[in-house]
Design a protein around this ligand. Sequence first.
Ligand code: PBG
Length: 332
Amino acid sequence: MYFKRKFPNSRLRRMRLNSNLRDLLAEVRLSTNDLIQPLFIKEGLIGKEAIESMPNINRYGQDSIFSEIEDLLEHDINTIALFPVINDSKKNSTGDEAINESNLMCETIINIKKRFPEIILISDVALDPYTDHGHDGILKNDYVDNDETLAVLTKQSLTLAQAGTDIIAPSDMMDGRIGYIREALDEMDYKNTILLSYAAKYNSKFYGPFRDAVNSASSLGNSSKASYQMSPKNINEALHEVAMDINEGADIVMVKPGMPYLDIISKVKETFKVPTFAYQVSGEYSMLKLAIDKGWLESDVMLESLISFKRAGADAILTYAAKEISKEITNK
Ligand code: PBG
């Protein structure tokens, strides 16, 4: 023995000896129950079409979405988040189509719920898929007017609840919307409709591919959402947003984007100890997926990225990779 020093009492490598041990000692796990698949539904489309900036992700027509959902259920993905792509001709400055009770979202929700009553459906609340300027609310002198927007978002929420969505997810970042929507839901006796608030939603460039997917990028042009979405420089403000939304009646809070904001997920979970979701957004997905497709990164990076959300404290994750990752995590 050449060493004068005694070996340490603890050898942490002991517990990394083989994969059964590593699994036994895993501190966090990812299961299909943690994953939510976002789905794009496009008005008037027959079949499906690829989204160029999101490898492997499609827009679905009202016919083809059912087989995709069947496939998801077979992969044990039981929760989906629906996003509409409506005809440009139906967009206007006030986003009126959002409150049409027989719009694309409502029809799709009704049809999905008829066939798959057990699936958990999340519906986004915001006006950007419906406005011709691409903003989440109503513009007045180039500024999104908070209180006028609240009235429309509340109506939009009621139409989605009436169609049978399980979860309403306001992603617009107007002040006070959770309180407004909760009150309206209670008044109309939708007592069990869950409110998932995009509570800390940052003004992020990682949303780029999503805006292509729903065709709002061209409408938005160079205009920015910085006057309502949060500055990436702020931390305490996120906690303030979350506190307000919980007080106003949110059941679940969400942080978005995900990987660049793991610190925020962790702080929100530690501070409030309420159900906390995170969104691995389009840009995060496309970066990883493209590098994997090019062979620059191994495909396991996707799983590694999702594990990082669990470590940070996320209870569930919206990710475009939900279905493909489910194949890798069965029983893990
Ligand atoms: C709409 C909305 C956006 C996303 C979800 N809901 C885009 C935005 O705020 O501009 C982004 C999702 C993603 O990038 O995957 N309010």
